[in-house]
Design a protein around this ligand. Sequence first.
Ligand SMILES: Nc1nc2c([nH]c(=O)n2[C@H]2C[C@H](O)[C@@H](COP(=O)(O)OP(=O)(O)OP(=O)(O)O)O2)c(=O)[nH]1
Length: 131
Amino acid sequence: MKEIYVVGAIIKSQSKVLCAQRSDKMSLPGLWEFPGGKIEGEETHQEALKREINEELKMDIRASDQLFKKVTYDYDFGRVHLSAYRCELIKGTPILTEHQTVKWLEIDDLDKLSWAPADIPIVDKLKKEGI
Ligand SMILES: Nc1nc2c([nH]c(=O)n2[C@H]2C[C@H](O)[C@@H](COP(=O)(O)OP(=O)(O)OP(=O)(O)O)O2)c(=O)[nH]1
């Protein structure tokens, strides 16, 4: 099975979290995720988060050094190892380059979205612990 290493950014602003909907051109079309993507080369998780959020949403963030949660999920296209980190917004408002939509949601509203399966344990932990 193909092993795919991915980072996801839990970007907080005020009491809300940024949620992103995958587009029809991506794998898992229409499902919601924490923005981020595949780790490249030797970069750290924090470097990968900063790069991906800059590329995808043109925003500047700082990722925590502390892992929030790691989830491994077997999709038909491979095994995704998703590491999620809390991130602080430094600058910018999201400019969509890949996603279909983004939304800032309160934790209590996260359940209203259809999340990618790998994200569900992360959403559950956020609901329990807050952001
Ligand atoms: N960025 C991100 N990806 C996630 C999350 N949950 C989840 O299952 N994934 C999956 C979707 C993708 O298969 C992979 C992330 O890869 P990516 O976003 O860089 O790549 P992609 O699928 O757009 O690229 P491609 O392989 O379709 O060309 O991890 C999540 O919360 N954030």
